[in-house]
Write a protein that binds this ligand. Structure first.
Ligand SMILES: [Zn+2]
Length: 260
């Protein structure tokens, strides 16, 4: 564990030393009188919940670090027999508020936060998803939202192990290259013409190619790509259907994004 001194971190008692980790704030909600519970996606310890004592009373201690999708260095203390850790200090690394906010960007940030909050298991590190999130946050600072949103949706679904194979029919194994593939909201996998379900939708060959591009390329290499909302829209819909099926819930922010 890398130790690093901060001016704000000072354990008041001689208990165990605080644990430090990179983290991303997912959401907060009021707790007791003036505390906040913070859902944190930490790099070293996975998703966990911490209490920020008196965060509502004194804004100074945690500064601007509690805004959703803020990247921080968090320092926390484990409390025996308690689900919540105690947040000791939060050091700002990167704030989403440091770039101009517009409605699509806010909707995209809220979407990323909701997906991570719903998909990540408690206290189970996911370094690949952590790196993905940092890359997507970076891309959302500079450009239009649809490329980063497509990249995030496809990759987070894949990294959670829920993205269907896009190359062959899940029923007969026939290769789908060059032909439109079919999918249904309630079923895993893509299907050929013969095995498609009654209410199936089409995944276009252009979108299968777009998936290949998103899988192969680092997000920074895609910044120059023209990515209007309509590009790979059916691919996003397919990945989202798979995500929601595995999460067994609807993602409200995905609906907001779809209405942009
Ligand atoms: Zn088939």
């Amino acid at each position: 564990m890398k130790q690093r001194s901060t001016t704000t971190m000072q354990a008041s008692t001689s208990g165990p030393a605080p644990i430090q980790t990179e983290a991303i704030v997912l959401r907060t909600w009021p707790f007791h009188e003036s505390d906040l519970v913070v859902s944190l996606f930490t790099r070293g310890h996975g998703k966990l919940r911490g209490v920020a004592r008196a965060a509502l009373k004194s804004r100074k201690r945690f500064g601007g670090t509690l805004e959703p999708m803020t990247q921080v260095r968090a320092s926390f203390l484990e409390k025996a027999r308690q689900d919540f850790v105690r947040l000791d200090a939060m050091e700002l690394v990167r704030s989403p508020l440091s770039s101009p906010l517009n409605y699509p960007r806010v909707a995209a940030l809220e979407y990323v936060a909701e997906v991570l909050e719903a998909a990540l298991p408690e206290r189970d590190p996911h370094d690949d998803v952590f790196r993905l999130t940092l890359a997507v946050l970076g891309a959302l600072e500079t450009g239009p939202v649809w490329m980063p949103v497509s990249y995030f949706t496809l990759w987070v679904t894949r990294l959670m192990g829920w993205m269907p194979d896009l190359t062959q029919c899940a029923a007969c194994g026939r290769l789908l290259a060059g032909t439109p593939a079919h999918y249904s909201a309630g079923v895993d996998g893509l299907f050929c013409m013969e095995h498609r379900g009654p209410a199936s939708r089409i995944l276009s060959t252009e979108s299968v190619q777009a998936a290949g591009l998103l899988y192969r390329s680092p997000i920074s290499a895609l910044a120059a790509e023209a990515w209007p909302r309509s590009r790979a829209e059916d691919l996003r819909r397919l990945a989202l259907a798979s995500l929601e099926r595995h999460l067994e819930k609807h993602l409200h922010t995905a609906r907001t994004l779809a209405k942009l």
